[in-house]
Write a protein that binds this ligand. Structure first.
Ligand code: ADP
Ligand code: MG
Length: 316
């Protein structure tokens, strides 16, 4: 059997590639076929993960499969969409069956958690590169956008930040820490939880939303720019990962503000929704507010401006 035929077979036979729900036709033909119910829109997002840029060479393929799909599905969560299907564009230096089986098991765990089905892909030879396109449905006209924040709204984040940035220091060996803390940090890095339930809860509540991939300040900056408003963040209200604080009490706050990779949702919401939100999502924290103006303002405990620049990770 041709080695790429073998690869296609591994994915075609996987449990998470079986047609179900909105997936009428899965892997095997020239296209997959999806049913989009009347009154719904299809939300689509693509992510590429390149070895040496987005993950270190030699990364365990099971962890990679899990994280790659979680990161992609997080974009669906940030739109309030319900996942239905994904495709996989895989570039591989060679067909290593053990690597592929591990990667597929990683995809399987996350596909099961997020109820998404693999419906197709493409396989080529080249440097290791993983391209995932995820699709989901959202009630027509109701998707959560970055551009709808209103002065007077509060600013919220769905959970603690900074663990992923701290985990990268453990992974590259620049920080050393006890086993329990390091396990907690690595778990949050390798298995981010797409905030699907929260995204769906926010539908119809007037929220502007995005997921924190570049860092809180940078992503809050995107929300401010797209909405034409100013976002004020009170530093003392930002929830910092307790494991990151154990690793470095001095650095944890800066990881939480600029680290990225945590895949929490940051969103604006009117104050009258706050009680209902906290009841359903106790891990969410109010971190500031939206006002007229532009950009992001970071305030210290005395209400003094700490910094106004976006400081997230940028590729270029
Ligand atoms: P085509 O030449 O029409 O692109 P391929 O031979 O590339 O067809 O693929 C055959 C089938 O296998 C298609 O349904 C495609 O979606 C699927 N496929 C190929 N590679 C992958 C992959 N890495 N993951 C999932 N499905 C794949
Ligand atoms: Mg093809």
């Amino acid at each position: 059997m041709h080695e790429f035929e073998l690869i296609r077979q591994i994915f075609r036979d996987a449990g998470y590639a079986r047609p179900q729900g909105a997936v009428a036709h899965s892997i095997g033909d020239d296209c997959a076929l999806l049913n989009v119910p009347t009154g719904q829109q299809l939300a689509v997002s693509t992510d590429s993960l390149l070895e040496g840029v987005h993950f270190p060479a030699g990364t365990d393929s099971f962890l990679l499969g899990q994280r790659a799909l979680a990161v992609a599905v997080s974009d669906l969560a940030a739109m309030g969409a319900t996942p239905i299907a994904f495709t996989l564009a895989l570039s591989l230096p060679q067909a290593d069956v053990d690597w592929l089986r591990g990667f597929s098991r990683g995809l399987e765990v996350m596909a099961h958690k997020t109820a998404i089905t693999l419906v197709g892909g493409d396989t080529t030879r080249g440097p290791l590169n993983i391209g995932l396109t995820v699709m989901g449905t959202v009630p027509a006209g109701q998707a959560l956008l970055r551009s709808t924040a209103q002065p007077g709204q509060q600013l919220w984040v769905s959970g603690p930040l900074g663990a992923a940035a701290a985990a990268l220091r453990v992974l590259d060996g620049s920080c050393v820490i006890d086993e329990t803390t390091s396990a907690a940090l690595l778990a949050s890095y390798w298995t981010p939880e797409p905030q699907l339930r929260l995204g769906q809860w926010l539908l119809g509540r007037g929220a502007a939303v995005l997921d924190v991939s570049d860092g809180l300040l940078a992503d809050a900056g995107h929300l401010a720019t797209e909405s034409g408003v100013q976002v004020v963040i009170e530093q003392a209200l930002v929830p910092v990962s307790s494991a990151a604080s154990v690793l470095s009490a001095e650095q944890a706050l800066s990881w939480a503000l600029t680290g990225g990779d945590d895949y929490q949702l940051v969103f604006s919401l009117s104050a009258d929704q706050a009680v209902a939100l906290q009841e359903q999502f106790p891990a969410a924290s109010r971190i500031g507010y939206v006002c007229t103006g532009q950009g992001v303002l970071l305030l210290d405990g005395q209400g003094q401006v700490v910094g106004v620049e976006r400081a997230g990770y940028q590729h270029f």
